[in-house]
Design a protein around this ligand. Structure first.
Ligand code: GDP
Length: 201
């Protein structure tokens, strides 16, 4: 079965980086996970790694504003970036986030193997999602768009929702859109398979 080359359950939290000086640059591949606050990023990571609380949920103070590194089966880092687009965040925090992202994409590109952009399948991707998508495109980085919260849609709503995401984010030829539910695990095998494929495993 696709996705078997990596034992996704063998994951450990390594560290959190609050500033570029603390980023990991040890040559292991990194898949970076991004998405707006509350899109379900922590739930996706916990589902992918089959753990209850490895990724910090939205209300763990501090950790959610840092880059968190999870080493998976000693093969790659799952790099969890701070959620964006939280309207009530203070301006200073938004600025810090933007600076962190810029330094990551401008100076750390060599360490980024691919990205997983998590969006909510029920909604048109936001301007921030589009900006994120541009960053990946401009840096020639493969992207998996994960359309989360699939369980919230009726069957007849799925295709139009995926079309809207496709039309808004315009994935490149090598990119993928995967319908997903962190709640019930739909799409998890496909996500694992896509990560193995990107890593050449
Ligand atoms: P984060 O801020 O992006 O890390 O989001 P969380 O993982 O903390 O999830 C935000 C909320 O969305 C929580 O109430 C989750 O239970 C819920 N959630 C996450 N993924 C799903 C999903 O696939 N389906 C449903 N129905 N709810 C989800």
């Amino acid at each position: 079965m696709a996705g078997n080359a990596i034992n996704f359950q063998k994951a450990e939290y390594i560290k959190s980086a609050a500033a570029p000086g603390q980023f990991i640059r040890d040559g292991l591949p990194q898949i970076i996970f991004v998405g707006r606050s509350n899109v379900g990023k922590s739930s996706v990571i916990n589902r992918l790694l089959n753990r209850k609380n490895l990724a910090f949920t939205g209300n763990s103070p501090g950790k959610t504003r840092q880059v968190n590194y999870f080493l998976t089966d000693n093969q790659f880092y799952l790099t969890d970036l701070p959620g964006y687009g939280y309207a009530k965040a203070p301006e200073s925090e938004k600025l810090r986030w933007a600076e962190l992202m810029e330094s990551l994409f401008q100076r750390e590109r060599a360490h980024i193997t691919a990205g997983v952009l998590i969006v909510d399948i029920r909604h048109k991707p936001t301007k921030d999602d589009e900006k994120m998508r541009e960053w990946f495109r401009d840096s020639n980085c493969k992207l998996i768009i994960l359309a989360n919260k699939l369980d919230k849609l009726k069957k007849s709503q799925i295709e139009p929702a995926l079309n809207l995401i496709q039309d808004t984010l315009k994935p490149g030829e090598l990119d993928k859109i995967i319908p997903y539910s962190a709640q019930n695990g739909t799409g998890n095998d496909e996500l694992r398979g896509a990560i193995c494929e990107i890593l050449g495993l």
